[in-house]
Design a protein around this ligand. Structure first.
Ligand SMILES: [Zn+2]
Length: 845
């Protein structure tokens, strides 16, 4: 692949007039784009991809040009450098790639329809109009859009429409912005709108396949998020409106286009009367994330993609800050612990992982940058560390300064650290660079050596890792004052342990709150002290103990067999985060047992013992007025009871199914997935299978669809598995955007694994053609590696993926995932006997 040369160095645009004429029927469009800017030399390069360029004019005169498809370029020869207006006329195809300008398909009352939307991040604006498609090349845009319009269609864009003339929709000129944030959409849309306190119009748009009340939740969250940010950032929302649009086909989760945010339907629209709390929380955080970007990312943009983390880490932290402020009863930071912290710790422990800040060498690598666990989750943890060090007052003051200095422009990480530094008198950059530029994270060992309490840090690996002597500036957050705020040394001694223990009268702990990105390995004395007082600890601290023990076991620093006997004491906790951590550990024990073995039966009995009391306490029917913790805990314990094959649980689930079989979608969203799965697994039939698949096609409720996916993929019937896999390439049944979840479901099903694995190997080319350009593509490899755990699958994985090692964008993922499976296979081989014994022994008690 070509090295990236920045086109901005040859041409610096200030304004675009973009005219598009789109014909859905013929799946093509024509365009005329005028770009005014400063030509830095007489030969300039403008981005295009897949455009057939008819003519180029410079200041009214035809000029010669060539297109270079390998470099996504139009090379233009100008009569002179300096201020120039280019006019480029062209045509192109609409493709179903979910990038550029693309159709989304849906059905209303059995009739197939489409809406047109856009996805320009990272570098797909060039598929819609010629442009300098780099974040630094900010300009103003005037859009004019014509299409094969019929009565009753709605056309929206970043800015308000100013007029319609001869079927052309003209939109107000934008503020200065990056190309990847330009957006528009049209089709038969319904919407609901409101206005913020400061007068910003807020709207939610979706297809008419949805019930009108599915828009309400998003509208309320969006409005209150914008109001929150205007206050928190002390900077007004910069545009007249903020539209949120749900697109039926969407590659990522959502996209922060300025003033016209686009979402996967599942992340915007929901049934307010029957959606599980965790799903509502997820949707709310996605909306708050995108709206955080309207300032951080859109108003001030990273200079180049290597600073993508600046956008994403920040938005990923702010989504929690915002939702915590506007829905304080949710304790949303608990979700941060169970989702972001755990995914960051898991992935960042693999040798070969990327650092948060990454150099970008070729275009395919830009999309590979979007490693959710690192750029989003680890990055957010980094900023949470910064927030804890600075406090909110200094953070807000720093941000206000940052926005004021860089608005409508670009910035780098150093600019953010500088702004936060002046607001706080801390050298934020010096502390954060060790986290930003280095991959991985440390395990801090706390030991009593010769009576002295001693700390040391070392990079933590789960599996094989090459120690290259990295160390970090670690915010320790100890509960003993004697520990420093930041540990920069490789090791340090805190003093006489006996005396410190006495003075503090509580067990010694590090990383209280679990907000610093490291784990702790306590020696036996210290760990036993903590475990003896574990009931005094708050829920997050209990989660942290389980989380760190699990990671240490994954890293072979302790044995899983030593963790098993500790689990029962957490089983009756009423806290959802403790249960989340507990069942994360136990789910990791499943890899040690083979299907239908005595060991599996033992593990199932163990699950039964862990979950029994809680299932009785919580029951299958959500009670009105029950706590959030109870609602969320129910998910873990019912899932455990069904894994355990608890007969009562299976029976109750079956009865609930039978009683509701004509209105399955009305089953409570809190338990529906378990009821459906139980039915398909234990009472399944072809009729049931067909009925659920048809319901999946017809329903507009994303939660219900996800539940059906989870149920159908768990069928033990080989014929039905084959039938399901046939549907993988039928976009009318399973949309490409949803396929990964279906693939993963079948692959995780013992009875379906072979068929799913055969499918992906046989049809890899189809998959690459369908979703290959997509930033989510590599996650097909990640989910496969997340499941495989036998030497045979490891060998097959290598045989299939190693020849693909040189595919741009896949190299890192294949290397890492091979390592992930290798270390899991080794771990199982080394520990399975001890784990089986520990599980069997726990049963006797
Ligand atoms: Zn984002």
């Amino acid at each position: 692949m070509a090295e990236i040369t920045r086109f901005y160095e040859t041409f610096q645009p200030t304004h675009y007039d973009v005219y598009l004429d789109i014909n859905r029927e013929a799946k093509q469009f024509t365009g005329k784009t005028s770009i005014t800017g400063d030509a830095k030399s007489k030969q300039v390069s403008i981005h295009q991809k897949g455009l057939t360029v008819d003519a180029v004019q410079a200041d009214g005169q035809e000029v010669s040009f060539t297109t270079d498809d390998n470099a996504d370029a139009i090379r233009i020869d100008l009569p002179k450098s300096g201020e120039t207006t280019l006019i480029i006329t062209y045509k192109a195809q609409l493709t179903d790639s979910m990038m550029g300008i693309y159709p989304s398909y849906y059905e209303v009352d059995g009739e197939k329809k489409q809406i047109i939307g856009t996805q320009f991040e990272t570098n797909f604006a060039r598929q819609a109009f010629p442009c300098v498609d780099e974040p630094e090349a900010k300009a103003t845009f005037s859009l004019a859009i014509k299409y094969d319009e019929h009565e009753g269609e709605t056309t929206i864009s970043n800015m308000p429409e100013t007029r319609v003339e001869n079927g052309v929709h003209y939109f107000d000129t934008t503020v200065r912005m990056s190309t990847y944030l330009v957006a528009f959409a049209f089709g038969e849309l319904q919407s609901k709108q409101t206005t913020t306190k400061s007068g910003v119009k807020v709207g939610v748009f979706g297809t008419k396949a949805h019930k009108a009340n599915e828009l309400d939740f998003a509208l309320d969250i969006a409005k209150r998020s914008i109001e929150f940010y205007e206050d928190f950032y002390q900077t007004p929302y910069p545009l007249p409106h903020s539209w949120q649009l749900a697109l039926p086909d969407f590659s990522a989760g959502a996209m922060e286009n300025w003033g016209l945010v686009t979402y996967r339907e599942a992340y915007l629209l929901l049934d307010p009367d029957n959606t599980a709390l965790d799903m509502k929380q997820l949707v709310a955080t996605v909306i708050a994330h995108e709206l955080a970007h309207q300032w951080f990312g859109d108003l001030v943009t990273m200079k180049w993609w290597d600073d993508l983390w600046l956008n994403e880490s920040f938005a990923n932290m702010m989504e929690y800050v915002a939702i915590d402020a506007i829905e304080s009863d949710w304790h949303i930071w608990e979700m941060f612990q169970t989702s972001e912290a755990s995914s960051a710790l898991q992935r960042d422990a693999i040798d070969g992982v990327q650092s948060v800040h990454v150099q970008v060498n070729n275009p395919a690598e830009i999309d590979a940058l979007f490693d959710g666990a690192i750029v989003y989750a680890k990055g957010a943890r980094m900023l949470v560390m910064v927030r804890a060090l600075l406090g909110d007052d200094a953070l807000r003051a720093g941000l206000k300064k940052y926005f004021a200095s860089h608005k409508y422009g670009n910035a780098t990480g150093a600019d953010l650290w500088a702004a936060l530094g002046t607001a706080s008198d801390l050298d934020v950059g010096a502390i954060m660079n060790s986290w930003l530029e280095q991959p991985g994270y440390p395990v801090v060992s706390a030991t009593v050596v010769d009576g002295k309490l001693t700390l040391s840090q070392k990079q933590f690996f789960s599996g094989e890792g090459k120690d290259v002597d990295r160390h970090w500036q670690i915010p320790l957050n100890s509960n003993y004052e004697v520990a420093p705020t930041i540990m920069a040394e490789k090791s340090l001694t805190l003093g006489e342990y006996a005396q410190l223990r006495d003075e503090n009268s509580k067990p010694f702990r590090l990383n209280v709150g679990n907000n610093s990105h490291f784990i702790v390995k306590y020696d036996e004395t210290l760990l036993n002290d903590i475990l003896n007082h574990v009931n005094d600890l708050d829920a997050i601290s209990q989660l942290q103990i389980l989380q760190d023990l699990r990671l240490l076991a994954e890293g072979r620093q302790i044995s899983y067999a030593a963790v098993v006997p500790l689990l029962k004491q957490f089983a009756d906790s009423h806290s959802n985060v403790v249960n989340a951590a507990l069942y994360t550990v136990t789910n990791n024990l499943k890899k040690f047992v083979t299907p239908d073995s005595k060991e599996e039966k033992d593990l199932q009995s163990f699950y039964d013992q862990l979950s029994e009391k809680q299932v009785t306490r919580l029951g299958w029917t959500p009670k009105t007025g029950e706590s959030n913790d109870d609602q969320l805990t129910r998910l873990y314990v019912l899932s455990a009871a069904l894994y355990a094959k608890n007969e009562d649980a299976q029976k109750v689930a079956h009865e609930l199914f039978v009683a509701n079989q004509d209105r399955l979608e009305t089953l409570s969203a809190d338990t529906r997935v378990f009821i459906l799965r139980n039915e398909v697994k234990n009472y399944g039939s072809t009729e049931l299978f067909d009925k659920l698949l048809a319901a999946h096609r017809q329903s507009s409720d994303a939660s219900y669809k996800a539940d059906i996916c989870a149920a159908l993929t768990s069928t033990p019937d080989a014929k039905l598995i084959a039938k399901l896999i046939e549907k993988f390439e039928d976009a009318d049944t399973i949309k490409p955007q949803d396929l990964r979840a279906w693939f993963r479901g079948v692959l995780a099903n013992d009875k379906g694994q072979q068929a799913a694995w055969d499918w992906i190997r046989n049809d890899w080319q189809w998959l690459e053609d369908t979703v290959g350009g997509d930033m989510e593509f590599t996650t097909y490899i990640t989910v496969t590696a997340g499941i495989f755990h036998t030497p045979q699958r490891l060998a097959e994985f290598k045989a299939f993926f190693e020849p693909k090692l040189n595919t741009p964008g896949l190299t890192r993922e294949i290397k890492m995932d091979t390592k992930v499976i290798e270390s899991r296979v080794d771990l199982i081989e080394a520990e399975k006997d001890a784990v089986h014994e520990a599980v069997a022994n726990s049963l006797n008690k």
